[in-house]
Design a protein. Structure first.
Length: 235
């Protein structure tokens, strides 16, 4: 009886060993499946506030041997706002508005040298795209391009005459968002705005002020530096 019992136990141990070896071999031969989980992104809306200092830019046009103007569009405080929609963690579109109130001292010649300081109000409405460069921290570098319109109003205080025009405008920018919380960040930004063929001649600067003179224009370029705040909505 004892011999039968020992034989039976030996048989069970042998079967168990064979099953264990087969299972281990099957596990080694079977390819392992790797599951990658991607973090989902929810589109977000950001509201941006801007305050800049814009620098002077010289403009001139010598449109004949006896007629010309030259001077500068002076710099000053520029402010604005933007509505930005985050399409992806690294890409957004933004609709922005910027305003600059300044003056433009001009010397022009037509039947004699004349000089006036014009009041100039420039309104930019720009649509653009921003590209972000994630760093893994709370600092978010970006760069962007914009196109739109520049709406200008010019007044000659000497005559009281004023006029306005809408011209093609474009801009380029680069900056940083420094997030102090999930919803609020500080902005540091520099860039360039340009109104194409905006300053000069028959529309702006000539004898009698806006609306008088010659048929020529001069594009101006205005660099700026500053910052602002950004607010993330929907985090």
């Amino acid at each position: 009886m004892k011999i039968k019992t020992l034989v039976f136990l030996a048989f069970l141990i042998s079967c168990s060993y064979k099953y264990s070896g087969a299972t281990e071999k099957d596990t080694q031969q079977r390819p392992q499946r790797v599951v990658v989980v991607h973090e989902s992104f929810t589109p977000q809306l950001r509201v941006n506030g801007y305050t800049f200092y814009a620098f002077d830019d010289r403009v001139d046009s010598y449109y004949s041997s006896t007629e010309y103007f030259n001077g500068k569009i002076k710099g000053g405080f520029q402010w604005g706002t933007g509505l930005e929609y985050m399409l992806a963690p690294v890409q957004s579109v933004e609709l922005s508005y910027l305003r600059l109130d300044t003056d433009a001292p001009m010397e022009y010649y037509k039947n004699g040298i004349q000089y006036s300081v014009f009041d100039v109000a420039t309104n930019y409405i720009l649509l653009g795209s921003n590209r972000y460069f994630p760093t893994g921290g709370n600092v978010e570098p970006y760069a962007g391009l914009q196109v739109g319109v520049g709406i200008l109003n010019v007044t000659n205080p000497d005559t009281g005459r004023s006029d306005n025009a809408t011209k093609f405008a474009w801009g380029a920018k680069a900056g940083l968002n420094i997030w102090v919380s999930d919803q609020v960040g500080l902005k540091i930004q520099t860039g360039l705005n340009s109104v194409v063929q905006a300053a000069g001649g028959s529309f702006y600067f000539g004898p009698g002020g806006p609306g008088a003179g010659v048929n020529t224009y001069s594009t101006f370029y205005q660099f700026y530096i500053g910052g602002g705040l950004t607010f993330s909505i929907g985090n």
